[in-house]
Design a protein around this ligand. Structure first.
Ligand code: CP
Length: 304
């Protein structure tokens, strides 16, 4: 049985195949409309979500399957003290595949050890979010036509931003990548990601607090929300939350073919005035999320 807990469980060849499959689904959706007839996806979300949960459900419904699940811990027996292991063991009696989000790092890994069906990590604390990374990779492929030779800027909360950690891991396997890490001092990329991923793979990188100074060199700008739910005190959050607000003015020196990404939800970090810029790709990411999850569900269920 296969599970997806960390993006590095997929080889670059498997990622390429998923991206190509998603592109084929986009081109020929009717060919996939019954691929998962009779299959059930369970979405176990112990933490809030709009895109990930609904795109998983939309993906399974678009494949002809059905869905069940819960959208908060308080509406499951976790509220009575049931463990993740027992919850997953139970749900794997009702579903063929499980997508799980949890505020605790490692919870989906624990779940995968107890599940009788494949488990997909739909985000665990500040750790990983592999299906957002697949979404991001499909978006990069469709917008830039390649994964190599890209200067990728990450801006905002690089400490708690799990989508940043997963995407850095995935892109570190390609050639000609350079990372530009833009954050306040307190929200710098964790050293385990910097040392174990960036430095270990000899990826060139620079760290700065000044977004505008590095803007002209970027092919991709990946903005992130300051993750209020992971702060220990509200004062620090309030001080840091508006560290970076992308506006049309700040894009004046950016490349004409810059790809502006954001996993969403956004709070203040991208002005709505940027939404009409043709370089804004974050709602394209949302759309891509459904198709790449269709491709992933099929792969994990062994459906060709
Ligand atoms: N990108 C993302 O994970 O969004 P949700 O929190 O809405 O699922």
């Amino acid at each position: 049985m296969n599970h997806l807990i960390d993006i590095l469980q997929l080889s670059t060849q498997e990622i390429d195949e998923l991206v190509e499959k998603a592109k084929d689904i986009i081109a020929n959706p009717e060919a996939y409309a019954h691929k998962c007839d009779g299959k059930i996806l369970a979405t176990l979300f112990f933490e809030p979500s709009t895109r990930t949960r609904l795109s998983f459900e939309s993906a399974m419904l678009s494949l002809g399957g059905k869905t069940l699940g819960f959208s908060s811990a308080s509406s499951s027996s976790a509220a009575k003290g049931e463990s993740v292991a027992d919850t997953v063991r139970t749900v794997s009696c009702y579903a063929d595949i499980i997508a799980m989000r949890h505020p605790k790092e490692g919870a989906p890994l624990v779940a995968s050890m107890r599940s009788e069906v494949p488990v997909i990590n739909a985000g665990d604390g500040g750790h990983n979010h592999p299906t957002q990374t697949l979404t991001d990779l499909l978006t990069i492929n469709r917008e830039k036509g390649r994964f190599n030779d890209l200067t990728v800027g990450f801006c905002g909360d690089l400490k708690f931003g799990r989508t940043v950690h997963s995407l850095i891991s995935a892109l570190s396997r390609y050639t000609g990548i350079k990372f530009v890490l833009v954050s306040p001092e307190e929200l710098k990329l964790p050293s385990y990601v910097k040392n174990e991923v960036i430095k270990k793979n000899n990826i060139p990188y620079e760290q700065t607090t000044d977004l505008e100074s590095v803007m002209p060199e970027l092919d991709i700008l990946y903005m992130t929300r300051v993750q209020r739910e992971r702060f220990f005190n509200e004062e620090d959050y309030l001080r840091l939350k508006d560290s970076y607000i992308l506006t049309p003015e700040k894009l004046k020196n950016a490349k004409q073919d810059l790809c502006i990404m954001h996993p969403l939800p956004r709070v203040n970090e991208i002005s709505v005035a940027v939404d009409d810029d043709p370089r804004a790709c974050y709602f394209k990411q949302v759309r891509n999320g459904r198709y790449i999850r269709m491709a992933l569900i099929m792969k994990m269920l062994g459906i060709e």
